[in-house]
Design a protein around this ligand. Structure first.
Ligand SMILES: NC(=O)c1ccc[n+]([C@@H]2O[C@H](COP(=O)([O-])OP(=O)(O)OC[C@H]3O[C@@H](n4cnc5c(N)ncnc54)[C@H](OP(=O)(O)O)[C@@H]3O)[C@@H](O)[C@H]2O)c1
Length: 337
């Protein structure tokens, strides 16, 4: 079978499409034939900088796959050949709080990834996909969708009528918009692009701000809540945006800290967090139980993930280059078979 491999620190252009031995599932495992794999910003940065992550060479990238079970290992119950499943970002996070041990089960990082024609995973590391979704759509769920779902549902769900601030229009933020729609929450969305903001309004955004034209977007966001501040922020910007997100948040509000799109260093005022009694909560994707609840909501509301563009398996490098250009809206997907 063929798999894309990170074989050096040479970045996207050094990715190699190589033959690997065919796989057999061991006890408690399933063999999955992969039909599609979506990419996340984290996959791009892993390929660009495998050394600081101490990745062994070769490593197969990507956490997100959708496909069908083609063989079951001994002792696997409740699953059958032909089942349509997605990979779980963490192969071994069934439920409950995260731990260091769980973090060591991330696909396309601590464990080999899924940009391959087949993969063997623990039975608890795959999950049935909502029936109405195509392979491409289902492949968008394991990381971006689940992260957005987690951010909006923990430590308690966003309530109808609450206001949520979303930064940018990448994979996580577009899913967050779609989930806010079904949860009855009002959104304020920022983007560098007016065209993308128009698309977000079509998708249901109540208010939009161009953060490139309005560097004081946090003040605008506050004004759009009559000076009170937003109830929750889905914070994908990180160091360059966090202080502004805190400023935009109401007393007692929540900041779900997810990403580092704006770099890895910045200044944050602990005083603002303390005086406003804001909860800043780190999010790391989510558990299989959260994934199951999210899939139930997606199936019930027949939610369709937003895919900007898809790429042939042999053209995977172009998908990562496209992500670095940041012109996409929603998700980028690679067709595998
Ligand atoms: N902690 C976790 O579990 C977890 C899970 C998933 C993702 N993440 C992280 O979350 C971030 C987003 O991931 P993704 O997959 O959604 O990425 P993505 O699809 O590549 O999103 C990129 C978009 O983010 C927006 N953006 C970039 N810089 C920004 C800034 N300074 N302020 C506001 N928006 C900005 C841009 O939107 P516009 O073009 O509209 O301006 C850009 O198109 C990444 O840092 C990723 O590593 C973390």
């Amino acid at each position: 079978m063929r798999a894309w491999e990170i074989i050096s620190d040479g970045g996207v252009d050094a990715l190699a499409l190589n033959e690997r031995p065919d796989l057999e599932p061991g006890p408690g495992q399933v063999l999955m034939k992969i039909h599609a794999s979506s990419i996340n910003y984290r996959d791009l940065t892993t390929i660009e900088d495998p050394v600081s992550r101490k990745l062994p060479f070769p490593t197969v990238p990507n956490s997100d796959a959708a496909g069908e079970i083609v063989a079951l290992g001994a002792g696997v119950e409740g699953m059958a050949v032909g089942d349509r499943v997605a990979s779980c970002f963490f192969e071994d996070w069934p439920a409950g709080p995260i731990s260091a041990a769980i973090m060591n089960t991330a696909l396309g990082g601590a464990r080999q990834g899924v940009l391959a024609e087949h993969v063997v995973l623990n039975a608890g590391g795959v999950i049935p996909i909502p029936p109405h979704l195509s392979w491409r759509q289902a492949a968008t769920l394991p990381c971006a969708a689940l992260t957005a779902w987690h951010a909006l549902n923990q430590p308690h769900p966003v309530r109808p009528g609450e206001t949520v601030l979303l930064l940018g229009t990448g994979g996580v933020s577009v899913f967050a918009q779609q989930f806010c729609n079904i949860m009855g929450a009002r959104t304020i969305v920022t983007s560098s692009s007016d065209a993308k903001l128009a698309r977000m309004r079509t998708l249901g955004a109540a208010e939009t701000i161009n953060y490139r034209n309005n560097p004081d977007w946090e003040r605008d966001a506050r004004q759009l809540t009559r000076g009170i501040g937003v109830d929750r922020v889905v914070e994908v910007g990180g160091p360059g945006t966090l202080q502004k997100s805190i400023s935009a948040t109401r007393v007692g509000g929540h900041v779900a800290l997810i990403g580092i799109l704006s770099g890895v260093a910045g200044t944050v005022s602990p005083t603002d967090i303390m005086r406003k009694s804001i909860t800043v909560r780190g999010i790391y994707v989510g558990s299989r139980q959260m994934f199951s609840e999210m899939n139930a909501a997606i199936a019930h509301h027949r939610l369709d993930p937003v895919i900007d563009e898809s790429f042939a398996f042999e053209d995977a490098r172009t998908a990562y280059h496209r992500m670095r250009e940041a012109a996409h809206f929603g998700k980028l997907v690679i067709d595998v078979s």
